[in-house]
Every structure is written in structure tokens, then in C-alpha cells.
Design a protein around this ligand. Structure first.
Ligand SMILES: Cc1ncc(COP(=O)(O)O)c(C=O)c1O
Length: 378
């Protein structure tokens, strides 16, 4: 059997990682400014994480959600405390798409409504309603195209207000920093007005923090820069540093009904051990603060340097977009193959930085130098 060929692959076979570095099968070392697509939060193969997984695997990897799982309860308590949401409840699943799927389902159960508002350029995942709420017709199959979702420009409050005033919207779903959309930031004014409108019209506000959350923006959640408290928050990616996990944080007004939501694998023992180890390291090594500091440094250095081809630098913490006056493709390839640096991308012209949150100042300088080398010759 061969693999179903849906990924355009980089010609590199990564076999080992440590902190913000990875190595290929030929022993070449790479600086990782991509974090395996924002997944590696605490660094590759962090010793505490490896030990926690090892210890848990020796005890128990999995038992079903039909029995008490103390690790889930510990994770809920820890996550509530570190994120400032201890009055919310936690529902655990296995991926970002599933987190959004469950969030939108909950909003619909709660309101009895069927409409969703989502932003132009939004990405919320590839399953049923998550993909319908994703603003990319190329990945929406006819069976997912069910007319539930209206796309509106980010930060255009009048457009959202008009739709919300129809009193038929179950949920607004927003990435406060769009990832796939090219690091577009929701403004304070927009999000505060949107939160107020949602409240007024009985609509659930869902913040998709799958990419921008879990410390990446320099606060635990990106929406915490904007002074709002969404009704539902979805997370995944960095939550378990590569172990597949997603989560939904749910405000107290939502009723939990037996059997309404459920999953076989979600919140399993091994995953919870991974997620608890991630929180230990995030807190113990002050990684949210580090993301804020190093991210700000990268952006201000890049602005100072005024490198050729760079037309805009935007982002928060370690979620940074570098917009170019040319397609990112050659620049990204040269960074990878000549300078041995992994970066992400978005749209046609944006380099997207999503490094582990433990990126050091020296590693930031190393990246900037390597980017300079590439852009000067581009
Ligand atoms: C903002 C956002 N939401 C949802 C998802 C989907 O997550 P997953 O691929 O884990 O289903 C992603 C993945 O890139 C994302 O960036």
C-alpha cells in the first residue's frame, strides 16, 4: 500500500528533536521556527515530558471514559488555574477540528439555533461543521456545504452586528489571531463590541485558540490581550506537545447532559499525563513570559533591520507573520535547504513563525541572521 498523497512534502526526514532543534536522518541539524505547525509548545522531547509519558505508559495508557479518570480532573483543575478559567468546565477530545465541532454543537444545543458566523480567511478544521466554518471552498466537500455559515470580514463590526440582529445565530467563531489566514489580528474594539453583541442577542461566542492559544501569544490565551471572556474556548496543538489532544473550555451556563457529547479516545490517561507535563513546564520555565519577550524582540529587530522584500511584520508573542513582496516559496525553501531553518507559511506571501515557546534570544538572533542571508540574495 502507498500513502494517500495529500501532503506536499519537504524533502527532509526528521528523526530526532531537542528543544528548538531537530535533526534529519543524515544528521543535519535544523532550527525549528515552525514547531511542527505550532504543536511543539515546550520544546522537542523535553526530559520532563518524556519521563511523564514513560511513567504513565508503564502504569496505564488507556481506559475508557466510563470510569473515573483522576488525571482528567487534575488537568481540568490545573488548566483552569493557569488560564484564569477555573469556573469553566473541560471536555477533552483528540484534535482541533473535534474541539470546534463540539463547541459549535454545544452552541447549537444551547441556543436551539443553526446559523454560525465565521470570519473571512478563517480556518477551523477539516471535519463536518468545522470545515463548513473554514473560509476555503477548495476543502469543503458538497456534503459539508450545508448553508449554516456566513463569512464576514474580521474587524468589521457593522457586518457582524447586522447578522446578529436577526436573532438566529447560534455561534460566532473567531481566531483572535488568524493562523492560516496569514497572522491577521482581531482588534480590541471589534472583539469587545462583538462580545457585547453576542450577549445581547443570545449568541455563543467561541474563541478558537487552537493555534494562537496555550501561551503562544504571550498571554495564556490570545483573547486575553483583548479584554473579553468568550463563552467557549477551543484548544489543541500545544496542549500536549505532540500527543494528539484537543479540549473545549465551557462556561458555567452550558448544561452538561449525559451522552450528548462523547469520545472513545479523548482524555485518555497517556494524553492527560502529556498535558499535565506540558503545564508543569509552561509554568516552571515561564514559557508564556518567554513567548512574549522573545516574540517582541524578533518583531522589533525585524522592524529595525528593514530587510529587503519585507513589507509587513505582525503578530503577538511567538506567532509572527513576515509579509514579503514576493511569494514565500523560494525564501522558505532556501531557509530550509541552505540555512537549515524550518518556517511556516500562509497565503502566497507570508512566512509564518510558530516556534516552540522556549525559543531563546540567541536562537532568535540566529534565525534573524539566517533570514537576512536569504533575503539579501532573494
Ligand atoms: C485555528 C485552527 N483551528 C483548528 C485547526 C484544526 O486542528 P486539527 O488539525 O488538530 O484538527 C487548526 C489547525 O491548523 C487551526 O490552526
Amino acid at each position: 500500500m502507498k500513502l494517500f498523497d495529500v501532503y506536499p512534502l519537504q524533502p527532509v526526514n526528521i528523526v530526532r528533536g531537542k528543544g528548538c532543534r531537530v535533526w534529519d536522518d543524515k544528521g543535519t541539524e535544523y532550527l525549528d521556527l515552525y514547531g511542527g505547525h505550532a504543536v511543539i509548545s515546550i520544546g522537542h522531547s523535553h526530559p520532563h515530558y518524556v519521563e511523564a509519558l514513560h511513567e504513565q505508559a508503564q502504569k496505564l495508557c488507556f481506559y475508557s471514559n466510563s470510569v473515573i479518570n483522576i488525571l482528567q480532573q487534575q488537568l481540568a483543575e490545573r488548566l483552569g488555574a493557569v488560564s484564569g478559567y477555573d469556573d469553566y468546565s473541560l471536555f477533552l477530545i483528540n484534535s482541533g477540528a473535534e474541539a470546534n465541532e463540539n463547541a459549535l454543537k454545544l452552541a447549537s444545543f444551547h441556543t436551539g439555533r443553526k446559523r454560525i458566523l465565521s470570519a473571512v480567511k478563517a480556518f477551523h478544521g477539516r471535519t463536518s461543521l468545522a470545515v463548513e466554518a473554514t473560509n476555503n471552498p477548495k476543502i469543503v466537500a458538497p456534503v459539508n456545504d450545508n448553508g449554516h455559515v456566513t463569512f464576514l470580514p474580521l474587524n468589521d463590526i457593522e457586518a457582524w452586528r447586522e447578522e446578529l440582529s436577526k436573532d438566529d445565530v447560534a455561534a460566532c467563531i473567531i481566531e483572535c489571531i488568524q493562523g492560516v489566514g496569514g497572522i491577521q489580528l482581531a482588534t480590541v474594539e471589534f472583539m469587545q463590541a462583538l462580545a457585547a453583541e453576542c450577549k445581547q442577542h443570545g449568541t455563543v461566542l467561541v474563541c478558537d485558540e487552537i493555534q494562537c492559544g496555550y501561551g503562544r501569544s504571550g498571554k495564556f490565551f490570545a483573547h486575553q490581550h483583548l479584554g473579553i471572556r468568550p463563552d467557549i474556548i477551543t484548544v489543541a496543538k500545544g496542549i500536549a506537545n505532540g500527543y494528539p489532544m484537543g479540549a473545549v473550555l465551557i462556561a458555567p451556563q452550558f448544561e452538561a447532559v449525559y451522552g450528548r457529547l462523547g469520545t472513545t479516545f479523548g482524555g485518555n490517561h497517556l494524553g492527560c499525563a502529556a498535558a499535565l507535563a506540558v503545564l508543569d513546564v509552561i509554568e516552571g520555565e515561564h514559557l508564556v513570559e518567554n513567548a512574549a519577550k522573545v516574540g517582541e524582540y524578533i518583531m522589533s529587530r525585524l522592524r529595525e533591520l528593514q530587510l529587503p522584500h519585507v513589507t509587513d511584520i505582525r503578530g503577538r508573542g511567538l506567532m509572527i507573520g513576515i509579509e514579503l513582496d514576493m511569494p514565500y516559496k523560494d525564501v522558505r525553501n532556501s531557509l530550509l535547504l541552505n540555512e537549515h531553518v524550518f518556517t511556516g507559511c500562509a497565503g502566497t506571501n507570508v512566512l509564518r513563525l510558530l516556534p516552540p515557546l522556549c525559543l531563546s534570544m540567541d536562537e532568535a538572533d540566529e534565525f534573524i541572521q539566517k533570514l537576512k542571508n536569504v533575503l539579501i540574495n532573494a
